[in-house]
Design a protein around this ligand. Sequence first.
Ligand code: CP3
Length: 354
Amino acid sequence: MSTDHRPPGQPTSLQDSAFLRACRREPVPHTPVWFMRQAGRSLPEYRKVREGIGMLDSCMRPDLVTEITLQPVRRHGVDAAIYFSDIVVPLKAIGVDLDIKPGVGPVVEKPIRTRADLEQLRPLEPGDVGYVTEAVRLLTRELGDTPLIGFAGAPFTLASYLVEGGPSRNHEHTKALMYGDPELWAALLDRLAGITATFLSVQIEAGASAVQLFDSWAGALTPADYRHSVLPASAKVFDAVAHHGVPRIHFGVGTGELLGAMGEAGPEVVGADWRVPMDEAARRIGPGKAVQGNLDPAVLFAPREAVETQARRVLDAARGLEGHIFNLGHGVLPDTDPEALTRLVSYVHEQTAH
Ligand code: CP3
């Protein structure tokens, strides 16, 4: 385990960025801000470059990935870029028959429900995602001192798409497998942990300055089931990339009851959605970790003054915490006015500058 989260070989000015300082719980010139799903449908320039190109095809084109990742950095002045991709890209790369359907999300042709179905999941080799290595290299050159966040889907959230065959409200097939065949469940999550760890390592080795593990749907679980059936696989992912020395972020939605366990999985930073105030989230996560969050993304549809009042509440709750990264409690909603995002970045910077 590395304790010094300053990997050699990256310039000091990048390592001294507000975002990376906050991840390490060091004093910051201002509270850093980035938004989950900052690259995407809320931006007209995104819709323009994506015209006629499928989501997964666009993820395999380093020129497009670079342009789309840079768009929100140019427009909003956020403190970090998030690599443009999707959580199902590594699954596609090992040959799982899936697609991302507009307005729906990932759809898997042959859901995984039996031991024989596991054969669909071979290990990921770095060569399977050469376009990721190329895009991250291009991007880090363009970004200069702005950190690039790499990401992957956590084993549970990936398993939900694979077992259900698509997006699910209740995760019933996933839970049926988890409770009904714990051995197969553990084997599935273990394979996914290996794939996810490799996907994150590829991004870090190509130059990503931090990584986020999205366990978007973990909030559907009880704390006991999360600890027993999911945490070991997510901890395996964090362990596998620890030696790189870059900050690791763990995020899920509706995870108020899981924040402590998500911290135990090993990350330096834990993200929370808007349902738990930042100070209470930090208390539940426990000492020694930075926190990320947590303005309700729907607040951005309110008038400017109301957005600022609610952003102020987030900042007030986070005041005095060591290491706060301002973000939304979940991704930017597609119909969000991009101007509201730009104004929010300026507001947080102004209010916290010292
Ligand atoms: O800016 C960024 O945050 C980087 C891009 C990013 C995408 N997907 C691009 C995308 C990231 C970080 C993701 C992660 C992702 N994908 C998650 C975890 C984060 C979360 O929101 O909880 C999940 C659960 C997925 C699965 C997925 N892919 C969904 C639910 C959808 C939306 C379906 C829809 O159309 O409503 C996708 C498709 C997707 N991924 C889009 C984008 C920009 C939209 C496709 C398009 O623009 O045509």
